[in-house]
Unconditional design. Structure first.
Length: 679
């Protein structure tokens, strides 16, 4: 049984794309190179190791492929490869020319523990420009036999073979070869519809200018369309350079995302690794109902797939994860992608609000500005929406609504931001109204007792929203909501006439961590006076400002109650987007935020993000998340105002990505947090 600290325990499967140095028409030398990389893969606990097209003979040997001496030698080294790798753990996929039915086939062979699992012939033979494979090979469609004797073993032969690994839930492997990927309907597309989750390509694609990027796009698109992993290994150094060059390009994609890529044009053999997340693939296929629809439309072709059981035993013991786990899954780590993402977020939010204003026939907006990041983001969106509509910003009525615990610092930031953005800015002191409410309901605070309970907090939150709605009536405007996705997930909002309610919630699908990055992005794009205020707001801790601390410079900290937003957003992403088991979410959080992750921090990581959490802290706050998300707050989300869905990470709108009963329990998830994965 794998350790709880092993990727195999948490639904991952380790794959390798190998690019050995090849010798032309020298199967024995190529066998040695293959064996060496196979042994390295075994030492690194790999489950599947993929080698290039015709790797045992070499690809660029032209008419030497028709020499019996060479083909006989290939058979001998195949038998030897089976024998010498009998004690190795990985499933090996190698390329070799095979004779059958008086013809020659370009084949991919899967070998495990000395057994040849299958041989898959290439379907599409390129015969254009520099390629003329039809001179030597015939296509898989011309094969008549369904089994073949290879190196003394009988093995399934054809493109209709799926390798099902019974000890690894959700793992089914399909093989195809080079050109098969480049056609409009790759064989792997049908295999994926039939259940294959890991698609393998043995390639000998030569190098030309711009071709590597096109390969990346092909791998990304095929893995994305098929909701699968795609493992690609291409021939490299040693292939003939008579007329061509070879770069040894290897890639591993998962559902459109590049997980690993080789260094091209090296003179030595190499190997790249990645841990494929089979749970993610399964979850995405379950949620993407059109995937099943497509499979149903091609049922007549899929029913003929043959399934070969593979007895692969996952390695035991602790094993480091071979995969980067982003600390901020809602935020791209690549600067260029982040720049594009931020620009798109603002465009979506601004257009959503502009359209709502136009549809309602309104030319005024009302917004409460607290001096925190959420209301700052909503203010920038509102300003942009009015610019989009050609309306003057003075028709945005911004209000600071200080209550019984509001600090001078945030009040100052709120007023400064509104004025610098050109709003009609005002301050309304809601303390008298709050005190009157507390007196009316007989709350001890009204009698001088320092009781700061939930009633005390919600009276203030409700009074702020009540003022905003009546101000909207007065100005014939629309109340712009400022609450974010993180607060909705944790139920950290006041229900009804509180911060949960507005006419349009522009931030409703933005998590707190993304909002902070969006504001940082604006620091380079706003006028200097606005930038100055934004820096002060970003330096202020998140606070509802509802409970006095006795020191106006020290605000009530939201994270003391609900936990670090960085962790809670991490949990939210994997629980709501993928439906992962809590134990797996904790494992991933430890990879990204645990003490061991310190060594993987980039040198340019800001000091504010140089934070690590112990396993106990991670699991504590995950338990808090599970309780609040599943048992305490769905009724608030069920009554959520309209607001634009922004990211593929989803929203919690009952009209979009998340539908759930308001009276459910969290018991199943809390129990699963400490329960081993069931196989």
């Amino acid at each position: 049984m794998p350790s709880i600290q092993s990727p195999y325990t948490h639904g991952f499967f380790r794959v390798a794309a190998c690019t050995p140095r090849v010798e032309l028409a020298d199967p024995r030398a190529n066998l040695a190179a293959t064996q060496e990389l196979a042994q390295q893969a075994d030492l690194r606990q790999v489950g599947l190791a993929v080698f290039p097209e015709l790797g045992l003979s070499a690809y660029a040997i032209d008419d030497l492929l028709l020499q019996d001496a060479l083909l006989d030698e290939v058979q001998e080294v195949l038998a030897e490869l089976c024998c010498t790798t009998r004690d190795l753990s990985p499933i090996l996929v190698v390329g070799a020319p095979l004779k059958a039915e008086g013809a020659l086939f370009n084949c991919a062979l899967a070998i495990h523990r000395g057994r040849i699992l299958c041989a898959v012939p290439k379907t599409y033979l390129p015969n254009y420009r520099e390629f003329y494979e039809k001179r030597h090979f015939v296509s898989a469609r011309d094969a008549l036999c369904t089994n073949l004797n290879i190196a003394g073993q009988e093995a399934p032969f054809g493109t209709d073979v799926l390798l099902e690994v019974t000890q690894v839930p959700g793992l089914a492997i399909h093989l195809e070869i080079c050109e098969d990927l480049w056609v409009p309907l790759p064989p792997s597309s049908y295999a994926a519809l039939a259940g294959a989750t890991v698609l393998v390509n043995l390639s000998a694609s030569n190098a030309t200018i711009g071709k590597a990027e096109y390969r990346r796009l092909l791998g990304a698109m095929q893995s994305g369309r098929c909701i699968a992993a795609y493992v690609y290994s291409a021939a490299g150094y040693g292939e003939s350079t008579t007329d061509l060059a070879w770069d040894g390009h290897a890639m591993i994609h998962e559902n459109g995302e590049l997980l690993a890529e080789s260094q091209r044009f090296t003179t030595a053999g190499g190997m790249i690794l990645a841990d494929i997340d089979l749970d993610r693939l399964r979850q995405d296929r379950q949620r993407t109902t059109s995937f099943t629809d497509c499979a149903s439309l091609h049922r007549d072709r899929l029913d003929h797939f043959r399934r070969v059981a593979v007895a692969f035993q996952p390695p035991e013991g602790d094993l480091p994860l071979q995969r980067k786990v982003e600390r901020f899954p809602f935020v791209p780590s690549d600067p260029l992608s982040l720049d594009q993402r931020c620009a798109e977020v603002y465009a979506i939010q601004q257009q959503g609000l502009a359209r709502r204003l136009q549809a309602c026939g309104l030319e005024h907006a009302v917004i409460g500005i607290s001096g925190g990041v959420d209301s700052a983001q909503a203010a920038l969106i509102t300003a942009g929406a009015f610019d989009l509509l050609g309306l003057p910003r003075c028709q945005i009525f911004g209000y600071s609504l200080p209550g019984l615990a509001t600090g001078k610092h945030t009040r100052s930031n709120a007023m400064a931001l509104m004025k610098q953005l050109g709003f009609s800015a005002s301050e309304i002191d809601i303390r008298p109204a709050c005190l009157q409410m507390l007196r009316d309901i007989g709350h001890p605070y009204a009698r001088g007792e320092p009781l700061y309970d939930i009633t005390f907090e919600n009276v203030q939150a409700g009074e702020r929203t009540s003022h905003l709605f009546r101000l909207a009536n007065f100005h014939r405007g629309l109340v712009v909501g400022t609450g974010d996705l993180s607060e909705l997930a944790l139920g950290y909002t006041t229900y009804g006439v509180g911060d949960q309610m507005s006419h349009y919630g522009v931030n409703a699908s933005l998590p707190k961590t993304l909002i902070r990055h969006l504001l940082h992005w604006q620091l380079e794009r706003q006028p200097a006076p606005v930038r100055q205020v934004l820096r002060k707001i970003l330096a202020t801790a998140s606070s509802p400002e509802l409970v006095p601390t006795g020191d106006e410079t020290q605000l009530q900290r939201a994270e003391d109650t609900v936990g670090p937003y960085a962790l809670q957003d991490f949990f939210l992403y994997y629980i709501s987007r993928f439906g992962y088991r809590p134990a797996k979410v904790a494992y991933l959080a430890e990879q990204a935020w645990g003490d061991a992750a310190r060594g993987n921090w980039p040198s340019n990581l800001p000091d504010s993000e140089r934070v690590a959490y112990s396993e106990e802290v991670i699991r504590h706050w995950l338990a808090v998340f599970l309780q609040r998300f599943f048992a305490g707050s769905q009724f608030k989300r069920s009554a959520l105002p309209n607001g634009p869905k922004v990211g593929s990470g989803g929203s919690l709108s009952p009209r979009s990505d998340w539908r759930a009963p308001s009276d459910s329990h969290a018991t199943v998830w809390l129990d699963a947090l400490n329960r081993p994965r069931r196989r």
